[in-house]
Ligand binder design. Sequence first.
Ligand SMILES: C[S@@+](CC[C@H](N)C(=O)[O-])C[C@H]1O[C@@H](n2cnc3c(N)ncnc32)[C@H](O)[C@@H]1O
Length: 199
Amino acid sequence: MSNKEMKGAAYWDDRFQAPAYAYGEAPNDFLQWAAPQVKLGKAVSLCEGEGRNAVFLAKMGFEVTAVDFSRVGLNKAKALADLHKVTLNYEVADMKDFELENNAWDLVVSVFAQPDADIRQRLYARLGQSLKPGGAFILESKVNGESTAANRYPGVDTLIQDIQPLKVAFSKQGERELNEGSYHVGLHTTAQILAFKNA
Ligand SMILES: C[S@@+](CC[C@H](N)C(=O)[O-])C[C@H]1O[C@@H](n2cnc3c(N)ncnc32)[C@H](O)[C@@H]1O
């Protein structure tokens, strides 16, 4: 088990203490490609961290809730939102307790969230109920090792199973160059998904 798996919010608070944004201030590029394909409305970004993706969505016109268990991360998200003159809703929550409520969201985003497998399966199994008709799910996550349900870094095939009954509009797994802050740099294997609930 890695340090990251053993440690909770304190680990991430410590990482986010540095003034620089750990994953940069620019949004994830898969999100930049996928989000314009989703109708505007209420969006929630799971494990949002320091706000780069939430701010991007707010600038597009989504009403965004940023959820993370790192208060330090969400404080930096607030600073980034202020800089860009947008407003976000903030929720400090551990994904193990977080509830995706029924018929609540037009967009659920999970960019490099990598929750523990049991948490991921519980949350993603709720997507079909929690998205409004025509709502979307956008994911990018790191892939590592065998794609089993128990893996925290599963492949796109396992993730597609987890998000049933959403309809997958785009999915891809492959090695790509990341250039996000100082922590996501260089070649990584990732899974990308854009999926919709039936309208
Ligand atoms: C790799 S960072 C990605 C941050 C952000 N999504 C991005 O792409 O810039 C992972 C994030 O997940 C959050 N996180 C990890 N486990 C969590 C949990 N159980 N509940 C809530 N947040 C969690 C961390 O605080 C951190 O912000």
